[in-house]
Write a protein that binds this ligand. Structure first.
Ligand code: NDP
Length: 254
C-alpha cells in the first residue's frame, strides 16, 4: 500500500463538509493526507474536520464561498498558510436548481455555473503555482452522469458538469509537463443532501434510478454497510462498466 500512501501530503476538498466530499476526504485522510475542508457552513465544516481528525491526520475547516473567484483564491491561500503546502485539490462543491430550461432566470443560471464550473477553474488556477512548488500534484474534479447526458429539469447543472469534463481534459493536457494529473470523476445517483432534495422535487425519481441502475440501488458516499442482506465494505462496489484510459493523457489531447 506504500504506492497509495499520502502521509506528508495536503489535500483541499471543497464541499468536504458533507455528502460525497466528506466521503472522499475520509478516504484521503485514511491514506494519511492532511485535509483542508472547505465549505460555507462553519458548524458542518468544524464537525467534519473533527470527524476526519479521528484518522490521525491534521484537519482544518476553511470557510470559503467557491462561487466567488476571491473565495477560491482565499481558500488556496489559507490552506497553504495553515498546512505549508498543497498536493491534492478536489473540486467537489456543487449545487443544482431544478426547473425546466424555459423557467430559469439569468441569476439562477450563473449561480449554478459559478458554483459548479467556474469554481473549479478558479481553484485550479489558484492552486497551480502551489502544486508546481511541490513538484506536481493531483486535481480531481467532480462531474456527474450529466457530464455525458442531459436532464430536462437540470439544464444549468448539466451544462456545468459537461464543462467539468472538458475543463479537466484541457488542464490535463496543459499541465502534464508540470507533473500535475487532472481527472474528472462522474458519480451516478448518490444518496446525499443534494439528491434528497431532488427526490422531493422530482416525482418518481427514486424508483426510476433504481430501475435503471444495474446495481439496483443508489450509491452511498462511503459505501453501503449492507446490500440485500450482504455486508459490503469495499470502496469500489459502485464502479462498474467503465473503461478508464491509463495513457498519460494521450486520449484527452486533441
Ligand atoms: P451535498 O449537497 O451533500 O454537498 C455539497 C457540499 O458543497 C456541501 O457540503 C456544501 O457545503 C458545499 N457547497 C455548496 N455550495 C458551495 C459554495 N458556494 N462554496 C463552498 N461550498 C459549497 O452534495 P453531494 O455530496 O451530493 O455533491 C457533491 C458533488 O458531487 C457536487 O458537485 C455534485 O454535483 C456532485 N454529484 C452528486 C451526485 C449525487 O447523486 N449526489 C451525482 C453526481 C454528481 P456548505 O453548505 O457548507 O457550503
Amino acid at each position: 500500500m506504500k504506492l497509495f500512501d499520502l502521509k506528508g501530503r495536503v489535500a483541499l476538498v471543497t464541499g468536504g463538509n458533507g455528502g460525497i466530499g466528506l466521503g472522499m476526504a475520509a478516504g484521503l485522510a485514511q491514506a494519511g493526507a492532511a485535509i483542508a475542508v472547505v465549505g460555507r457552513s462553519k458548524t458542518k465544516g468544524e464537525a467534519a474536520a473533527r470527524q476526519l481528525a479521528s484518522h490521525g491526520v491534521e484537519c482544518a475547516f476553511i470557510a470559503a464561498d467557491v462561487a466567488r473567484e476571491a473565495g477560491c483564491r482565499a481558500m488556496v491561500h489559507d490552506t497553504v498558510a495553515r498546512f505549508g503546502r498543497l498536493d491534492i485539490v478536489v473540486n467537489n462543491a456543487g449545487t443544482n436548481i431544478r426547473k425546466r430550461p424555459e423557467a430559469y432566470d439569468a441569476a439562477e443560471w450563473h449561480h449554478v455555473i459559478d458554483t459548479n464550473l467556474s469554481s473549479a477553474f478558479h481553484a485550479c488556477q489558484a492552486a497551480y503555482p502551489e502544486l508546481c512548488k511541490t513538484g506536481g500534484g493531483k486535481i480531481i474534479n467532480i462531474g456527474s452522469m450529466t457530464s455525458i447526458f442531459g436532464l430536462a429539469f437540470a439544464t444549468a447543472y448539466a451544462a456545468s458538469k459537461g464543462g467539468i469534463m472538458q475543463l479537466s481534459k484541457s488542464l490535463a493536457t496543459a499541465w502534464a509537463k508540470d507533473n500535475i494529473q487532472v481527472n474528472a470523476v462522474l458519480p451516478g445517483w448518490i444518496d446525499t443532501d443534494l439528491t434528497r432534495n431532488a427526490r422531493t422535487q422530482v416525482e418518481g425519481l427514486h424508483d426510476r434510478v433504481v430501475a435503471r441502475t444495474p446495481a439496483g440501488r443508489w450509491g452511498c458516499p462511503r459505501g453501503p454497510r449492507r446490500h440485500r442482506g450482504v455486508p459490503r465494505q469495499r470502496g469500489l462496489d459502485f464502479v462498474t462498466g467503465t473503461a478508464i484510459p491509463i495513457d498519460g493523457g494521450y486520449s484527452a489531447q486533441g
